[in-house]
Design a protein. Structure first.
Length: 564
């Protein structure tokens, strides 16, 4: 890296986060020769920005230490899982730019092995079948300050438990009629160690195994053993699993075989964003109750929603890097996410002029039927993007808000008798205002200075205002969806006695039809991103069709919420 004088600047070495420190210690000590991490989503919904951070962390560690990262679906609940969610997760991981090692893994691939381990625990006197209902088990588990009460079924013989468990597997019992529990310690201060449920009966078709099974392992009896089967070295979870770690280790203690890789669970703080809900259940509620158009609604914090809104993989990686990896929970200002996309698109987005609320401008001294092409810079941050030609003619459109008939000295846009610069074009002066019968302004009559071509002053006079514009003759119509934050409250799910949906922002979507864009957009494709000069960053939506382009606003040029 060099400065403008071509002098070498030493790059600042970034300090290791606590997970990287653990990994480097394990590599240096010879505990592991290769690092293997995994990303283990449950296919019961679409991934959100918090999952993106986890993806970037796990796959990033695999890349940094020349190791491997598995993608594994923890598909242990057939009632809530679907191949639609599997497909969306595969797309999200690949869109972020990562490739998993080998084939895609599924916890359901290990159902036979998990069953065998459950049988082993039963034979060893470490698991038993309980006839109590879920409600009874919950009550008898006690409280954090009061020990639990042992189940009346806890001291069944291993032979009786094994017979009942086999019959559970064979479908002899109804849902909820029996469960398999680990026999640990009902007086443990850790509630997760008070004889947790390992298997429950669920007569439901699984998206991969069909009706082969009617008993399904619980998450705590699945993810650790799945890590073990796959040879995962570092099982990275969010902080809510910290209290589960003793149970993770307890199961490992009773199935571990000498010489195999034993995974280590490490917890980090999950991502919490202001003005956002991150619960899959609550996001599903928004979808199911039609508050949004779907999981990929551009107002949703899902990866597919962010992608549709115009966010880039690079911006999410920049955001994750700025947030960092912490051990304590905190709330990150969503403004940092919006800053990250501005940072990336400022360097990479094509500039285009588009008028959202058109006001007709007629240049009275411009020759009739004449038009010209004016050079415009595609991106001032990247010279390699070159220039485009913008058509100019006698009748133009500018933004309605860029004109005031009467304005004070601090209004630097166009006013009656005032002069402004048209971006890449000429100076124009407003001489007359035309109104309809209701008094609304419908047209401005202006003159232009032919010597000011390119927006340069011919005689040194200063013009403070510069406006974007579009030639009426050449403009194409586009529909613009102005998306804003979905919630108006900084912590919508942080109010004990209120439903988070009460804080939905009624202005989170505004649709503007027949906006005027320069013809450069005519060939725009779904997913193309632009900076509309003076307005913000925008992305072509997948709903666009042959005769109408639909465009989503990603973010304004600046944080418009600072003054709200």
């Amino acid at each position: 890296m060099t400065d403008k004088n071509n002098i070498e600047i030493p790059e600042e070495k970034k300090s290791l986060n606590f997970i990287e420190q653990i990994i480097e210690e394990d590599l240096n000590s010879g505990k592991h020769k290769e690092i293997i991490t995994r990303f283990p989503p449950e296919p019961n919904g679409y991934l959100h920005i918090g999952h993106a951070k986890s993806i970037i962390l796990n796959f990033g560690l695999g890349e940094k230490y020349k190791g491997k990262t598995n993608l594994r679906f923890d598909d242990t609940n057939p009632a809530k899982e679907d191949t639609e969610y599997v497909d969306s997760i595969l797309e999200d991981v690949q869109w972020l730019g990562f490739k998993w090692h080998g084939k895609v893994h599924y916890a359901s691939d290990y159902f036979n092995q998990l069953y065998e381990w459950a049988v082993k625990l039963i034979k060893d006197g470490l698991a038993y079948v309980d006839d109590q209902s879920g409600e009874e088990i919950s009550v008898m588990r006690g409280t954090p300050t009061k020990p639990g009460t042992e189940s009346p079924n806890r001291n069944r013989t291993a032979e009786e438990n094994l017979d009942l468990f086999i019959r559970m597997k064979n479908g002899d019992f109804k849902d909820g009629e029996k469960v398999l529990r680990a026999k640990i310690d009902m007086s443990s201060p850790n509630m997760h160690m008070r004889d947790p449920v390992m298997y429950r009966i669920k007569h439901a078709e699984h998206h991969r195994t069909g009706n082969k099974w009617c008993i399904y392992p619980m998450y705590d009896f699945t993810h650790g053993q799945s890590d073990y089967i796959e040879g995962i070295t570092h099982s990275i979870c969010t902080l809510e699993f910290e209290n589960h770690r003793p149970l993770y280790d307890w199961f490992m203690d009773h199935i571990y075989e000498e010489g195999r890789t034993r995974p280590r669970q490490i917890e980090f703080a999950r991502l919490n964003l202001s003005y956002t809900v991150m619960s899959k259940r609550k996001l599903a509620e928004l979808v199911e109750e039609k508050y949004v158009s779907g999981w990929n609604d551009p107002r949703m914090p899902t990866i597919s929603g962010l992608r549709r809104r115009g966010y880039t993989p690079e911006s999410l990686k920049l955001f994750a890097d700025k947030v960092g990896i912490a051990k304590r929970e905190n709330i990150i200002d969503v403004g940092l996410l919006e800053y990250s996309i501005r940072e990336h698109l400022n360097r990479t987005a094509q500039r285009v002029m588009t008028v959202l609320n058109p006001l007709k401008v007629t240049i009275t001294n411009y020759p009739e039927n004449e038009e010209e092409l004016l050079p415009a810079i595609n991106n001032p941050e990247d010279e390699t993007m070159g220039e485009r030609e913008v058509p100019f003619s006698k009748i133009l459109y500018i933004e309605k808000e860029d004109f005031k008939e009467v304005a004070n000295r601090k209004f630097f846009r166009l006013k009656l008798g005032g002069e402004v610069r048209l971006r890449y074009a000429y100076f124009i002066k407003c001489n007359e205002v035309i109104k309809d019968e209701t008094g609304q302004i419908t047209e401005l009559l202006c003159t232009y200075d032919p010597l000011s071509k390119g927006g340069k002053s011919p005689d040194g006079r200063k013009v403070k205002g510069t406006l974007h514009w579009v030639s009426a003759k050449h403009a194409i119509d586009v529909d613009i969806r102005l998306y804003d934050r979905l919630f108006s409250d900084e912590s919508p799910d942080g109010h004990k006695n209120k439903d988070f949906k009460e804080f939905i922002n009624p202005n989170s979507l505004t649709v503007l039809e027949n906006c005027k864009a320069e013809p450069f957009l005519k060939n725009a494709k779904s997913g193309d991103r632009f900076q509309f000069e003076r307005l913000g960053y925008f992305c072509v939506d997948k709903d666009s069709f042959e005769n109408k382009i639909i465009i989503n606003r990603t973010v304004p040029l600046r944080d418009s919420w600072k003054n709200k």
